[in-house]
Design a protein around this ligand. Structure first.
Ligand code: GCW
Length: 599
């Protein structure tokens, strides 16, 4: 690297991080692909070789993680596109706040309706993302409000300023745009993708973007979803809609991330024939092969909406002629809102083990904000960390990644406690919240805390159908909504049959009596009682473990922050336990076999 001083090298901590014992060689003829690197360490000297500067950067971050000798290894990203998406608003939204479903304070990018004046913090964030392999970031909420729509046009200089910081770490910047932008911003009377004026507007707007930001990544679009405008208004398909934006971006190498999160959010709860789980597949699989080459269809990992437990979305297994992105949610909307410890990578890893061969991109909704620990709950950082690392290599063991993060973050004296707190935290969370894959027993609107019937008679299409005899959603082909038929074999039959449906997804696919016996040997009702008592008890234990760790081991402020969040987690877990158990006890009339306290 003689004579080359890229910003990321300084960002690695200068001499302190990457010392003279690291030799970086950029060799365009070394035969490695873009972003790949070879790393070795022997006799105390680390060598990194890459064909491009991005590869050298990733290798340098790897060098910082190394401890001990290493025979030469080559690392290359599993997918070329590894994106973090923000649901940040420029202005504070009256209902959603500044960051929609954000639990870490305000936006890192905007403050008081203007670009942040702390661009150095944005640079730190860029380094943080690059260090785990992220190479793309979208800056604003997929629900694009009027003020935010203007980032595409007269507020473009703010995007350019942010892009400059991300560029230093080889991260490309994307914008969420409104499908109605030609009307909202361009004064046209239509956004019909077949209209020549609409095509011309997108082409001109996109050209202006690239004139300002030559390495701009592209657009993210939420269309015909939860009130956002889309092509259905004009009788056009989502391929028609996506392809117009794709055509505008193609000359510059840009891409459209088009979300598959399209469903009827004005459903009648009385109508048992409509199944929200079916929606994405029904809308999108008929369009396989019709999307332009630079459209990436972005699919939430489960068929409903980031619940603590869902099966993998069948869309990810059914569109071989479409570029696909799997979307994960690091922001813990339904998984404790960064007040509860919930280490999610074991969930993501199991999804990736099913879909890795089918996806071209991994997208994670960021959990970071302007909080001093980035993520409110300091332990929630691990989710962002592992999201990047898994996008780079989905085969990595999520628990090994947890230990990697712990090793880079905490002194050895704290490592064991943090590991114990986090390792099973997803299972613990699932235990005291939603049983057997049923989902959505949350407080409507803010989605925090239990409210078993909160969504039961609502328009959102998320029901559990509990009555005095049983609970769960019949999604079978034989007697239900037929959703199981959207899966390829063997999954279609595995989920269809009570004999083979995994316990943890039972109520997602089947409506069963409370006395139904699980593969575990327990009845459904006893499972509900047991997991809720055990889950809440496990949280109480976590509090004790953390309290036993001397505050100075991790710093008093951080220790107090975690302790405070754990107190809330205990309170909330007890509330979940008591409401869920009481609800099902009252419905079923079946007592707990162990006679524990139910209200
Ligand atoms: O889970 C739902 C959230 C919305 C979000 C939407 C989406 C950004 O409650 O807040 O909107 O998903 O993913 O588009």
């Amino acid at each position: 690297m003689s004579g080359v001083h890229p910003a990321w090298l300084g960002g690695l901590g200068g001499g302190a991080g990457l010392g003279d014992d690291v030799v970086l060689t950029r060799d365009p003829l070394c035969g490695l692909e873009a972003e790949a690197y070879t790393i070795a360490r022997s006799g105390g000297v680390t060598t990194v070789v890459a064909a491009d500067e991005a590869g050298l950067m990733y290798g340098s971050f790897h060098a910082l993680r190394l401890d001990g000798e290493l025979a030469a290894q080559t690392h290359r990203p599993f997918v070329a596109r590894r994106m973090v998406q923000h649901w940040d608003n420029v202005f504070v939204h009256p209902v959603m706040g500044q960051v929609e479903r954000g639990y870490s304070g305000g936006s890192l990018f905007w403050e008081d309706g203007a670009l942040t004046d702390d661009l150095d913090r944005v640079g730190d964030y860029a380094r943080l993302l690059a260090s785990v392999g992220i190479n793309a970031v979208s800056l604003n909420n997929v629900n694009v409000h009027a003020g935010e729509a203007r980032l595409l046009t007269d507020r473009l200089s703010e995007v350019a300023a942010l892009a400059a910081r991300f560029r230093q770490y080889h991260i490309r910047v994307y914008l969420s745009v409104s499908f109605a932008a030609p009307m909202v911003l361009g004064g046209l009377d239509t956004a019909d993708p077949a209209d020549e004026r609409v095509k011309a507007w997108w082409a001109a707007a996109t050209q202006r973007v690239y004139a300002t930001i030559p390495d701009f990544g592209g657009y993210v679009v939420k269309a015909d979803s939860e009130g956002q405008p889309g092509p259905f208004a004009y009788g056009r398909t989502h391929a028609d809609g996506a392809n117009v934006l794709a055509a505008a971006l193609a000359p510059f190498g840009g891409e459209v991330y088009w979300r598959a999160f399209v469903y009827n959010h004005r459903q009648d709860w009385r109508d048992r024939s409509t199944d929200r789980a079916r929606a994405a597949y029904d809308h999108f699989t008929p369009l396989d092969g019709e999307f332009a080459a630079n459209v990436v269809l972005q699919v939430k990992h489960g068929p409903i909406d980031f619940q603590p437990r869902e099966p993998v979305s069948p869309v990810l297994l059914s569109m071989p002629r479409t570029s696909l992105a799997v979307e994960f949610q690091a922001t813990q909307e339904y998984t404790g809102q960064q007040r509860h410890v919930c280490y999610l990578p074991p969930m993501w890893s199991s999804v990736l083990s099913t879909v890795a061969g089918a996806v071209d991109a991994v997208v994670t909704v960021s959990n970071a904000g302007d909080d001093r620990y980035w993520t409110n709950h300091p332990l929630a950082q691990a989710n962002l960390y592992a999201a990047g690392r898994l996008a780079w290599d989905p085969a990595l063991d999520p628990i090994a990644l947890l230990d990697e993060w712990i090793g880079l973050t905490f002194p050895p004296a704290a490592a064991g406690v943090v590991h114990e707190l986090m390792r099973d935290s997803w299972a613990v969370y699932e235990g005291y919240t939603s049983p057997l894959g049923v989902g959505f027993m949350v407080h409507p609107g803010d989605h925090y805390g239990p409210d078993v019937d909160g969504y039961e008679y609502s328009r959102w299409g998320t029901y559990h159908f509990a009555d005095r005899d049983g609970v769960g959603v019949d999604r079978t082909r034989a007697t239900g909504t037929g959703f199981t038929g959207q899966y390829p074999q063997p999954l279609a039959d595995e989920y269809e049959s009570l004999d083979t449906c995994p316990d943890e997804l039972l109520l997602f696919f089947h409506h069963v009596p409370y006395t139904h016996v699980l593969h575990s040997g327990k009845t459904v009702i006893q499972h509900i009682y047991d997991t809720h008592f055990q889950g809440a008890a496990a949280v109480a234990e976590m509090v004790g473990r953390w309290a036993a760790l001397p505050p100075e081991t991790v710093g008093e402020d951080l220790h107090a922050r975690v302790a405070d969040r754990l107190r809330e987690q205990v309170r909330s877990a007890n509330e979940w336990r008591d409401q869920i158990n009481t609800y099902f006890h009252r419905k079923s009339g079946i007592p707990d076999a162990q006679g524990r306290r139910i209200y």
